[in-house]
Design a protein around this ligand. Structure first.
Ligand code: COA
Length: 371
């Protein structure tokens, strides 16, 4: 019994913030803060806030812009955070709304009606509320059958979600599983932290995983897959339901995304290269038969290192497509955006791999072949 990827879907916010716009807001805020604290800075009791630069951002990460659901407040130096008004409980939540948009795109591509779907998984880094599950809301709005639940494995959520879907299909729980990855990463990003204010963007993707008996012609066979996790504090966010039990910590910077980017880079590159190489060997797929690697989109140099290590040579952007220049890091959605945008030229028998990695650490690879 096999499960296949029948289609993927993408929803992109209409507004984008360029590096220059983001840096201008940061530096305006930073200069103002320094002027207001000039005496303390002079006396050495406070450290001046450093300035950010577009050149650094593009050189260090490859990121040129990012799509967001709430642009103006993020680039307003007085706010520097998204502003998304609360909605009445009767209205659809924003996370469910963008998941539904991406899902509709995937369903249309596969020629599926909502009632054909018998499970929905929302797999993403940041869930909007504790309960009811966002996935059950998506199920309700779309009108799909069966059951639904949320899961979070940070940037690896989509790949872990696909594997969970395959498990549900193998156990007979479902034949058609919709995995949605709504990522409003601007919500957990500290736009006043120079080291990370440029990293993330917002987006939603969806993946339809189906039993071989019903998957449409041209679906993607999954030749093999491997998931790994290894505990690390180098990417961490301490936001959670127990925060109110320690009021002194509420709103501190550690309740947003914090990382040691350099360590992450150094430790994750070898881990992921090894993961991919081992899985390709296990599947009996020689590297020179791989047509494309749809990698997680966090850092351009990181992807260059990983693909060079796996392929044993430099690879171009056709082989390892880049979307982070336009989208920045969109957590679990990154590799799926790349797959969604750059897979139409595949013909029957062509082979590629989708790979994600991130907080946890967590990583996952799926080797796929176009049918
Ligand atoms: N503008 C200008 N200078 C900046 C800056 C900014 N916005 N941010 C940091 N700098 C400075 C630093 O202070 C440091 O200065 P120093 O050398 O005087 O100490 C210098 O630039 C280098 O900073 P560093 O943080 O070491 O840069 P880097 O080359 O490691 O790039 C990342 C930073 C975050 C882009 C990079 O480490 C990365 O992408 N890592 C992988 C992260 C990842 O995959 N995370 C997964 C998240 S899901």
């Amino acid at each position: 019994m096999k499960s296949l990827i029948s289609a993927t879907g993408l929803w992109t916010p209409k507004d984008s913030i360029s590096n220059d716009e983001l840096v201008e807001a940061f530096n305006t805020w930073s200069n103002k803060w320094n002027a207001e604290h000039a005496k303390e800075i002079e006396a050495g009791t406070l450290e001046a806030k450093p300035l950010s630069s577009s050149e650094f951002i593009e050189k260090a990460s490859g990121i040129k812009a990012r799509f967001v659901v709430s642009k103006d407040p993020i680039i307003d130096p007085e706010i520097m955070a998204p502003r998304i008004p609360e909605r009445p409980d009767e209205d659809i939540s924003i996370l469910a709304e963008i998941a539904v948009e991406a899902a509709k795109d995937a369903l249309a591509k596969a020629g599926r009606r909502p009632e054909d779907i018998d499970a929905v998984i929302v797999a993403c880094s940041n869930l909007q509320r504790a309960y009811p599950a966002i996935a059950i809301e998506v199920q309700d709005v779309l009108g799909t059958g069966g059951f639904a639940f949320d899961m979070n494995v940070a940037c690896s959520s989509a790949i872990f979600g696909i594997e969970t879907a395959r498990g549900l299909i193998a156990s007979g729980q479902a034949k058609s599983v919709l995995v949605c990855n709504p990522e409003i990463c601007s919500g957990h990003l500290n736009f006043r932290d120079r080291d990370s204010h440029f990293i993330f963007g917002d987006v939603a993707t969806a993946i339809l995983v189906e039993h071989e008996d019903i998957a449409p012609a041209g679906a993607w066979e999954i030749l093999g897959s491997k998931l790994i996790t290894q505990f690390s504090n180098n990417i961490r966010n301490n936001f959670g339901f127990l925060n109110r039990a320690a009021p002194e910590g509420v709103d501190q910077n550690d309740k947003l995304f914090v990382q040691n980017g350099r360590k992450v880079f150094r430790e994750v590159v070898p881990l992921v290269a090894e993961l991919i190489s081992t899985e390709l060997k296990k599947c009996g797929v020689p590297t020179d038969t791989i047509k494309r690697m749809w990698l997680h989109q966090a850092n351009l140099a990181m992807n260059t290192f990983i693909s060079r290590k796996v392929m044993g040579k430099d690879v171009d952007m056709v082989m390892a497509p880049v979307v982070l220049d336009e989208y920045a890091n969109t957590s679990s959605a990154g590799s799926i955006i790349a797959f969604n945008k750059y897979s139409d030229d595949f013909t029957s028998g062509d082979t590629g791999l989708i790979c994600s990695f991130g907080a946890g650490y967590s990583a996952g690879v799926i080797v796929v072949r176009k049918t």
